[in-house]
Ligand binder design. Structure first.
Ligand code: GH3
Ligand code: MG
Ligand code: MG
Length: 280
């Protein structure tokens, strides 16, 4: 999902809806016309978000339907309630229920936008690949200035498809979370970790030398092999991963660096998996 400019507008829209609801409750028995007006910003937000996202958007259509249902319900109840009379309790409850449903949906959007804007992967909490090119370029120039190398490793879980096929996609996700948590525990303060997608991760190791980063990756590899991951039904499973490591000591483009790491990973897979291979 695309982040701004829709996120601030969405926050205002949620505020508008809280206010709208308070007004609706004050509408009985007076001030009925005000309660008929949906917050004007909904239409603006709706058009912004549709423009910023491509393809079919069933979630937004659902939200629009909820919004229309709520306001139709309000109109009907206002029409059937005689002036100066309180709303029927059942009518009142059905509007409250619809309003809460709409608010929950809006909050879901708010969380999704916040997550997208933060460049964090919702499943594992690691960084996504979106921030990677600019992070790597920054590291490459820093390393050129300081004449100190840094190390990039691509990590790919072995035979992960078999985990999904055997235990289901949800359990596959549990394995990904467990692997990501292990990566986080193994990282040092200035290292970075990314989820590149699927069962692939990228580690950026700094303030170390080739032997040090090899040792760190080896520790991670052995740690994953030993890790007993609990699945939804309580049974446990273990996985291994292969690593392709590359040292960055020259001026090099980020995509060339990643290509070298990928080639080393390919060799690690080819040579039997569950190992760390250093790029030539
Ligand atoms: P290899 O040892 O050669 O890496 O084999 P592999 O099975 O790990 O690799 P392959 O690329 O064939 O399969 C990767 C699988 O990862 C296929 C895909 O369904 C699964 N996958 C991708 N993203 C996710 C995800 O977010 N959650 C889960 N559970 N599975 C995912
Ligand atoms: Mg893969
Ligand atoms: Mg794999």
């Amino acid at each position: 999902m695309a982040p701004s400019p829709t996120s601030p507008l969405l926050a205002q829209l949620i505020d508008d809806y809280i206010l709208w609801f308070v007004n609706w409750h004050r509408a009985a028995p007076n001030n009925r016309t005000g309660a008929l007006q949906p917050p004007a910003r909904f239409a603006i937000w709706h058009s912004e978000v549709t423009k910023s996202l491509s393809g079919e958007q069933p979630a937004i259509e659902h939200l629009t339907t909820l919004q229309e249902q709520l306001h139709t319900l309000v109109k009907l109840v206002l029409m059937k309630t005689p002036d100066s009379q309180a709303f029927d309790r059942k009518d009142d409850e059905s509007i409250v229920t619809k309003y809460l449903e709409l608010m929950q949906e809006l909050r879901r959007f708010e969380r999704a936008f916040a997550m997208a804007a933060s460049n964090l992967d919702p499943l594992t909490g690691l960084r996504t690949r979106l921030a990677l090119p600019q992070d790597l370029d920054r590291e490459i120039s820093r390393s050129a200035r300081s004449q100190r190398p840094f190390f990039v490793a691509v990590m790919d879980i072995d035979h992960f498809k078999k985990v999904n096929d055997t235990y289901g996609h949800d359990n596959g996700d549990r394995v990904l979370v467990a692997a990501a948590n292990l990566i986080t525990r193994n990282l040092r303060a200035h290292d970075d970790a990314y989820r590149l997608g699927g069962e692939e991760f990228l580690l950026c190791l700094k303030e170390t030398d080739a032997a040090g980063s090899m040792l760190g990756l080896e520790r991670l590899r052995a740690g994953l092999e030993k890790l007993s991951i609990t699945l939804a039904d309580g049974q446990t499973v273990s996985v291994t991963a292969s690593f392709g490591m590359v040292a960055c000591s020259d001026i090099i483009k980020a995509d060339a660096l990643l290509r070298k790491a990928d080639e080393a990973l390919y060799r690690a897979k080819h040579e039997g998996r569950n190992r760390v291979v250093v790029a030539e």
